[in-house]
Design a binder for this molecule. Structure first.
Ligand code: PLP
Length: 351
């Protein structure tokens, strides 16, 4: 029987996004910018203690998690929305502020989910390229592109995959130029950079900031994130969010994760040292790379990007080919120094 069921035009037009998600176990995973050693042991302990049949039978409750996370991030509880990863934060933001046909302004290349959820919503997407020579943020072009039709703009700071970042002065210029648009500053890699826009929230009602537990906290499997904004805005975001989208284990795990601040400090220190090693190693091999503010480095492998990725995979080391958005580029995650050494040794063998 021929189906008469047709998806929406917006969905029909989308190019499928399918990151390589299978077969990663047992390999050195330097391909997704995750924490490469796993979360703090106190998270596992806390989950073991709290896991019970009774607990699992109840719909999630966030009464303890919300104030504890708000205190950790230095905001009021009503300025915080708990989300199922940053991905849901992006989705809720778009669903709250962007109608079919509205304009969303995005820097390119950046995190794929900005475009994904904008496309699902049927938004008119306008993209501004990062500067080709150094992959710096195209501030002037971006400001010039903001118009009365712009309803949202989503910026990763630092950006993935470029590793480049902007300062608060640039963010303020964007906020001031787009008072009618929701401006998301996605701080998934904040801990490796140290600059946050959270302090600007009181002055800019159009500012939203997101954080994730998928990177430094080592909890990507949990799907836990936070979206911050002024209280009146967060009330609207709440209206557009499913009431139980964050599962109870994720809500518990986040509470344990923020208590182990030493773990976060140690991991950041290790990843930054590994990032330095990666840069020095690439330099030694005369491989051009882009200085990064995140826990990853983008380097140029020329016409060999896919070959390099595949050869490394065969040696048990996973990296991401990004040549589909920046010609000849490959991204490698900075985990520990020992992992960086292993990657560099493998790269040296095949370069
Ligand atoms: C800029 C950026 N934001 C968000 C995420 C993912 O966040 P989450 O796992 O919280 O959905 C990533 C992951 O690669 C990212 O690069």
């Amino acid at each position: 029987m021929v189906s008469e069921l047709k998806p929406r035009q917006a969905v029909l037009k989308m190019t499928p996004y399918s990151p390589p998600t299978g077969g990663r176990a047992g390999k050195l995973r330097l391909d997704f910018n995750e924490n490469t050693v796993g979360c703090s042991p106190t998270v596992i302990e806390f989950l073991r203690e709290r896991l019970s049949a009774d607990g699992l039978s109840i719909y999630p409750e966030y009464d303890e998690t919300r104030p504890e996370l708000a205190a950790y991030f230095g905001v009021a509880p009503d300025q915080l929305l708990l989300t199922n990863g940053t991905d849901e934060a992006i989705q809720v933001l778009i669903n709250t502020y962007v109608d079919d046909g509205d304009e969303v302004l995005l820097p390119r290349p950046s995190y794929a989910m900005y475009r994904f959820y904008s496309e699902v919503a049927g938004a008119a997407i306008r993209e501004i390229d990062y500067r080709a020579e150094d992959l710096s943020f195209p501030l002037d072009e971006f400001l010039a592109a903001i118009g009365p039709r712009t309803r949202a703009t989503l910026i990763a700071n630092p950006n993935n995959p470029t590793g480049t970042a902007i300062g608060l002065d640039a963010i303020e210029k964007i906020l001031a130029a787009a008072p009618h648009a929701a401006v998301l500053i996605d701080e998934a890699y904040f801990e490796f950079y140290g600059v946050t826009a959270l302090g600007l929230m009181a002055r800019y009602p159009n500012l939203f900031v997101s954080r994730t537990f998928s990177k430094v906290f080592g909890m990507a499997a949990m799907r836990m994130g936070c979206l911050f904004g002024q209280a009146e805005n967060v009330a609207f975001l709440h209206k557009a969010q499913s009431p139980y989208s964050v599962n109870q284990l994720a809500a518990l795990a986040a509470r344990a994760a923020i208590r182990d601040t030493q773990y976060v400090r140690d991991y950041v220190g290790e990843a930054l040292a590994a990032r330095d090693m990666l840069c020095q190693g690439l330099e030694r091999l005369s491989i051009p790379f882009f200085p990064s503010q995140g826990n990853f480095v983008l380097f140029r492998a020329g016409g060999r990007a896919i070959e390099i990725r595949d050869k490394l995979r065969a040696m048990g080391v996973l990296v991401r080919d990004r040549s589909y958005e920046i010609a000849g580029s490959v991204r490698v995650t900075a985990g520990t120094r020992e992992q960086a050494a292993r990657f560099l040794k493998a790269l040296e063998e095949i370069w």
